[in-house]
Each structure stands twice: as C-alpha cells, then as structure tokens.
Write a protein that binds this ligand. Structure first.
Ligand SMILES: NC(=O)CC[C@H](N)C(=O)O
Length: 361
C-alpha cells in the first residue's frame, strides 16, 4: 500500500515489529492472541469474545474479500456476530487493499476505521505466532504516534461491557429458552430461531431463576470466566433444579465453575476452525470452530460430572456433562460462524432434552 504510515507492534517481552498502518491510525493495547483460521474475519472481528484482544491472523493474505453489507434476520444481524467490531487491534501479513466479492460493501481497512480500530500489516505473522506459542499469549500494543501503556484485559469485567442491559424476546415456538447473554454471537440466536423456540435474551447478571422457562442456555463471552460471579451464582440455583442447561465456550466454563470445578488459563488458547475434538466414550471425532484462552480443569470436577469432549491436540477439556441430569456444554462453537457446522446437531440434542423433560412434567 503506497503512503501507508509506519506503526509498530510491541510485546511485553520487549519484541518490537515494524509494520504499516491500515484501519485507524491510532494506538491500542491488549492481549495478543493468534488465530489460524483461513477465512472469517467479518465473523471473528465482531465476536464479542475477542474484546480486549489484539488479533494476529496467520493466514497470509487478509482483506481480499472485503466486508459484507449489513442485513437483518429477525431484528438481529444476519451477517455479523454482533453489532460492532470487538477486537482491540488487528495484525496481518499482507493486507489486500483491493477487495473483490459479490457481497462486499466496503474494505476491511475502512471498516476498522469506522470503529477506530488500528490494523498493522507487513508483519511476519507466522514468525510472531511461533513466539506466542513458545512464550504463551502476551500483552502487547500497536503504537502509532502516541505511546500507550500495556493493559491486561483479563483483569477487567469484559462481560459486563459487552452484555446487553435489557431483556429482549425473539421468535415464537414450543420451547421457551432463556439465553444468558455474556457476549453472545448472533449465530447462536439464529441457530435457536431456526428451531421451535421462543428466546428470552437476558443480561449476564440478570436473575433468570425467577423466569418461567423450559431450558437454559449460557453464551460465549470475553475474558476470565471467574469475573462472572453473578452468573455463576444464578447458575448454581439452576443446577439445583433439573431443567436442561446447555453452555457454549464461556458458558461451558461457567457451568464448570458453578458445578464446583475450576478453570485455568491455557498457554496460548485455541483459535481456529480446525480443532479436533473427541466425543467421550466413542471413537468419533469432530472438527470444530474455537476461540478460547481458558478451559475447565477436568480433574477438579465433582464426581457427578464428566468430560464430554476432549481436544485431540492437547488433551484439554472441550465440554462437560452431568452424569444424570440434562446439563451439558461445549468449549468449542457448535454454531460455527465461521468454521465447520458439523456439531450444530447439539442444538437439536439440547431441544430434545428440553422436550423430554417437559414430557415428564
Ligand atoms: N469464546 C468464548 O466464549 C471465550 C471464553 C473465554 N473468554 C476464554 O477465552 O476462554
């Protein structure tokens, strides 16, 4: 790109990498994480779970298909995973200034500018990823003119920042599902609305235990799950009953914590569209979409709980289930967006559990 201004990426270990600016020419600090997904930047950038993070993409050319225009589906976005960009900054190797796609409405750089998010290109993102894999995810900053302090987003209650403040209702259907929105991806809402569901979307700290519902869903969300003390407390009440509960990603970690287990921070997290997981008790594996930096420590789970899926790369917990009650979760993203849709059937499994539970009443 001609005339692009110089910017640098600085890591907490002192590594400095020079690059060029695209998107907003401004400085930003955050946790530097990498994703090896080959496509899906419109979905990734709007996934609220990335709040506070500077995202490094290992795929070498980014921006070539531009950014689609907005369309609505039942009053929520049909295209994006929330209503804004959530990442703190973007790091790419080659930024494709020219984009071409039937669905593109603007360039990636212009989209980043709209939300005042800095991008840096001309960075060897695979070399950078090797550093992050050896040393672990690190704090860092993109520095334009003004220097900024390093900042650890995991010390903040990011969920409170991205969760809605009001209750919203969607759709009509046989099953009344409460969705606890800790930063939900809109494809989770779309997945429910494509099924026989009336959805009640509530804020992260809302006392849903007082609501009349058939099944409880816990969304994905940013930051350290231990920050969500209000959600964990309400969830403990729900675990004392027997209505079906399904959690995804942060929702899985909250289920583990509410059950009495512990979570820990992974060295560098799982962010990609090709994470293999094994369904416990079978030889069946699935390729899954993932975006997480924390995980449930399976060894700390109480005796009535067990691991439901295991990550085949590093053996960590990819979901848990209660041995006798209809409570289960996945650390990966069955709703994909982006990534493979092979595990979307888990929404059907959950609704089947809801229907069965209602039939016994
Ligand atoms: N996508 C998510 O829900 C991420 C959960 C949590 N913030 C983590 O990084 O592990």
């Amino acid at each position: 790109m001609e005339n692009a201004k110089s910017v640098k990426l600085v890591l907490e270990d002192g590594t400095e990498i020079q690059g060029q600016s695209f998107g907003a020419f401004t400085s930003a600090a955050g946790e530097v994480v990498f994703s090896t997904a080959m496509t899906g930047y419109p979905e990734n950038l709007t996934d609220p779970s990335f709040a506070g993070q500077i995202l490094v993409l290992t795929y070498p050319m980014v921006g070539n298909y531009g950014v689609p225009g907005e369309e609505l589906y039942e009053s929520i976005s049909k295209i994006f995973e929330s209503d804004k960009i959530h990442i703190a900054g973007l790091v790419v190797n080659y930024y494709s200034e020219e984009h071409s796609h039937w669905n593109a409405a603007k360039s990636l750089g212009d989209w980043l500018k709209e939300y005042n998010i800095p991008g840096i290109f001309g960075v060897d993102t695979r070399m950078l990823t090797k550093i992050l894999r050896e040393k672990g995810a690190m704090l860092g900053k993109i520095v334009a003119e003004e220097d900024v302090e390093l900042h650890d987003p995991n010390q903040d209650n990011l969920v409170a920042q991205v969760s809605p403040t009001e209750v919203k209702h969607y759709g009509s259907g046989q099953h009344k599902i409460v969705l606890v929105d800790c930063g939900t991806k809109t494809n989770i809402i779309r997945c429910f609305l494509q099924r026989d569901v009336e959805l009640i979307r509530v804020p992260w700290d809302y006392d849903f235990t007082k609501l009349d519902y058939d099944g409880l869903f816990l969304s994905n969300g940013p930051g350290d799950p231990k920050m969500c003390t209000a959600t964990i407390q309400h969830l403990q009440t729900a675990l004392g009953q027997d209505k079906p509960i399904f959690g995804i990603c942060l929702g899985s970690q909250l289920m583990g914590l509410a059950a009495g287990g512990d979570t820990f921070k992974l060295k560098y997290g799982h962010r990609s569209h090709n994470q293999p997981v094994l369904l416990s008790g079978t030889k069946r594996s699935y390729i899954t979409s993932q975006n997480h930096g924390f995980a449930v420590d399976t060894n700390t789970l109480p005796a009535e709980w067990e691991m439901l899926f295991e990550n085949l790369n590093d053996g960590t917990c990819e979901g848990i289930k209660h041995k006798s009650k209809p409570f289960f979760s996945t650390q990966f993203h069955p709703e994909a967006a982006g990534g493979p849709e092979d595990t979307e059937y888990l929404f059907d499994d959950f609704l089947k559990a809801v229907a069965e539970h209602k039939a016994t009443k």
